[in-house]
Design a protein. Structure first.
Length: 164
């Protein structure tokens, strides 16, 4: 299938039919999203499940403006289409990504700055659980906390995704 055919195809996704428990997650047929400038289209291999996904499903986390109404904030998969401005070497790469929703689907889009190569030591299923916590920890420790080599960090909640 060509990229052009792929972008016109419908796909199966999981939507929240109404606020509630896991039983409100329902398969739906929607159009394959198209990557905007600076985004990639990912053929999803696996999706992570995070607290915001659960809270959204329960009806307590409104979808931010511009984000997909479909749940799923992190995925792993293969890049199958590039938005304008994305370097061609991303095509066909196995990545994990922090999405703006929509990860519970066959395909989703993600900004290229929120994509990471899948480490060789991880399966695609394992890699799908990496982006949300990695970006959170990295952002807090290094971008906000200015952590440096030789410093000690105390992590509260060592059994959570952040702790691991």
């Amino acid at each position: 299938m060509t990229v052009s055919e792929l972008l016109q195809k419908e796909m199966t996704a999981v939507a929240i039919s109404e606020p509630g428990g896991p039983e409100v997650l329902k398969p739906v047929t929607v159009e394959v999203p198209q990557p905007d400038s600076g985004e990639v289209l990912i053929q999803v291999a696996a999706a992570g499940v995070n607290r915001p996904d659960v809270v959204q499903r329960m009806g307590f986390y409104p979808v931010p403006p511009g984000a997909s109404p479909l749940p799923g904030l992190e995925v792993s998969g293969t890049v199958v289409a590039l938005g304008e401005g994305v370097e061609p070497e991303w095509m066909g790469r196995k990545i994990c990504a922090l999405t703006n929703g929509g990860g519970y689907a066959e395909f989703c889009v993600a900004p290229i700055g929120q994509c990471l190569p899948v480490p060789e030591s991880l399966t695609m299923t394992e890699a799908a659980a990496l982006p949300e916590t990695l970006f959170t920890v990295w952002g807090n420790l290094f971008n906000r906390g200015f952590a440096r080599e030789g410093e000690t960090v105390l992590v509260h909640g060592g059994t959570s995704g952040i702790g691991t």
